[in-house]
Design a protein around this ligand. Sequence first.
Ligand code: GTP
Ligand code: MG
Length: 195
Amino acid sequence: MKITNAEFIISAVGPAQYPDDGLPEIGLAGRSNVGKSSLINRMIMRKNLARTSSQPGKTQQLNYYRINEDIYFVDVPGYGYARVSKQQRAAWGRMIEAYFQDRDTLRLVLLVIDLRHPPTADDCTMYDWLTHYGVPVCVVATKADKISKNHWQKHIKQVRSTLGLRPDIPCVLFSAETGQGREELWDMIVKHTRL
Ligand code: GTP
Ligand code: MG
């Protein structure tokens, strides 16, 4: 995939602010600090277009990035961040539900998990929830650079079995650090958006 243009469009808190040009959207889901924003940056080969941080909870709204006038990446706030109030958590839930459940132009959700550890209970809940609502999911196991290559397959197996992944759900090994998995993930995105 050749990236000719990538730009930040809007931070949306609800449907009224979503773009209305009908372009296909790829949503990011995953634990806070797992590497969703870094994944976007690696996919579009830009160092810091999507804001990243070693502090969890950096992404607070739905951040829209338009790529090549063709698709949007939608960076969604992560779950599982302990230091938020009950009210904030409830508002987060309403925002993501409204997005993942009702967004007609959403073509694929990349569920980002950490390859190093078994998926958390929150990861499992998110996977179950997305598949329950019939949202197309691709699991992305990131931070592959943090473990040695000969352990990759063992960890992927653990990811598949802990999430209870259906055989037809893809799981892509990825690293924002090295670019591992970038082409495979673009192929997946192209397939779901028919670019
Ligand atoms: P929130 O916006 O808080 O939900 O976090 P996020 O999921 O967007 O995570 P972010 O991309 O900000 O990355 C969190 C931290 O993990 C940063 O310090 C990144 O540099 C680091 N990181 C992300 N992806 C990778 C990766 O593939 N390899 C390595 N080694 N570090 C990574
Ligand atoms: Mg982020």
